[in-house]
Design a protein around this ligand. Structure first.
Ligand SMILES: *Cc1c(COP(=O)(O)O)cnc(C)c1O
Length: 378
């Protein structure tokens, strides 16, 4: 038996052909027709007019924050329950972070806490420069309330949709709620370019600026003229070709991940101690990862017990994101609430969810989870 990974790349013949075709076309540098097409195709999928393909989601977040005018000492509001990249990008700009707790249903940033925080800051006369939301595990926060609160106070909203490509909220795509939004095509995401990301917006000027900054802010002159300092953040044309081939199969990948989640849910339905993270009302998520929770009131078995039992059978499972306010790197950052995120961290476990997970392999996972929780041996 081979190792079962959490969310491995799902690539095949189509990706290999696309990559080699791009290679044979001679466009090897981070410029070329595949980049333009990839940007167009992803933007069309999100119903947005403009996009720039970048070397990572983190690079996209960094540009989004810089273009929102975030500079040294500016406050940036970030959910505490997320991957470090969301906050790291603000740190690159010298921003002052404020972490906000998770909504107990969606696990995304708590909309009422965002509303309260912005109202409070408005009274103090020191509004944050930006709020960054994260569409966590493919689910979205309450955007009706968050977009309204940000608009009321004139605060920029940046959407980190790295985990949520393909999710919709009342039919509207994740990645279309922020002034600018960010996707990741890292190896573990629902589609991959091996590494890569994208910044999208309906503001064409913002995307033009992002492209300029992502290519060392080079002015059109033979001698490499620079009026400002940029970055080397552009995606390679080869990887854009890989991304386009992946995007063509996005709907099948979503269907597969949703079927996997439904199968886990069915398999644990008789166990009161196991819950499964599910789409809030109105949302149709991409089910990027199936995340289960173990109710400590119903079982003394912990997520660590289950994870180690799976690991003993060469199966990869992972705890939920460790809240950023508990990370040593952010020990001095203010947090609003935090108990909901801590509860997620102590009770949740992400199960293998790749779109190429076979039912036989999923059965192995299910058997071990059940046996561990029931205290029998698998
Ligand atoms: C993966 C991820 C990112 C960063 O993406 P990279 O492409 O790996 O830089 C940012 N935010 C969240 C929530 C992610 O899951």
């Amino acid at each position: 038996m081979t190792r079962i990974h959490l969310s491995p790349p799902d690539v095949g013949r189509a990706e290999r052909d696309a990559l080699l075709d791009a290679f044979d076309s001679g466009w090897i540098a981070p410029v070329g027709p595949e980049l333009v097409r990839f940007e167009h195709d992803v933007a069309a999928r999100l119903g947005l007019p403009h996009a720039v393909a970048l070397s990572s989601g983190t690079a996209a977040l960094h540009l989004a924050l810089r273009l929102a005018g975030v500079g040294p000492g500016d406050e940036v509001v970030v959910p505490t329950l997320t991957f470090i990249a969301t906050a790291a990008a603000a740190t690159y700009q010298g921003a002052q972070l404020t972490f906000v707790d998770a909504d107990p249903t969606s696990w995304c940033i708590d909309a009422s806490l965002v509303e309260q925080l912005l109202d409070e800051r408005a009274l103090q006369g020191r509004l944050p420069r930006a709020v960054v939301t994260v569409d966590l595990y493919g689910l979205c926060p309450d955007y009706a309330r968050i977009t309204a609160a940000c608009a009321n106070h004139g605060v920029a909203l940046i959407e980190d949709a790295a985990e949520a490509l393909g999710t919709t909220v009342d039919g509207r795509p994740a990645g279309s709620f922020g002034q600018s939004s960010v996707l990741s095509f890292n190896g573990n995401k629902i589609i991959t370019t091996s590494g890569g990301g994208m910044l999208l917006s309906d503001d064409g000027e913002l995307i033009d600026r992002a492209l300029h900054l992502a290519t060392q802010a080079r002015e059109p002159a033979a001698h490499y003229e620079h009026e400002e300092v940029g970055y080397n953040y552009r995606l390679s044309n080869l990887l854009a070709a890989l991304g386009r081939a992946q995007l063509a199969g996005l709907d099948e990948r979503i269907a597969s991940r949703r079927a996997t989640r439904a199968r886990y849910t069915q398999a644990f339905a008789d166990l009161d101690s196991i819950g499964v993270l599910y789409d809030p009302e109105g949302q149709q998520s991409n089910a990027w990862l199936t995340v289960i929770t173990l109710d400590p009131a119903a079982t003394s078995v912990t997520p660590t017990d289950v994870r180690l039992a799976l690991e003993a059978d060469d199966i990869e499972a992972r705890p939920a994101w460790k809240p950023l306010h508990l990370q040593p790197a952010f020990r001095d950052v203010e947090v609003v609430g935090g108990a909901a995120a801590e509860r997620v961290f102590s009770t949740a476990l992400c199960l293998p969810s790749g779109s190429n997970l076979s039912t036989a392999d999923q059965d192995r996972v299910i058997e071990i989870v059940r046996a561990t929780v029931l205290g029998t041996s698998a």
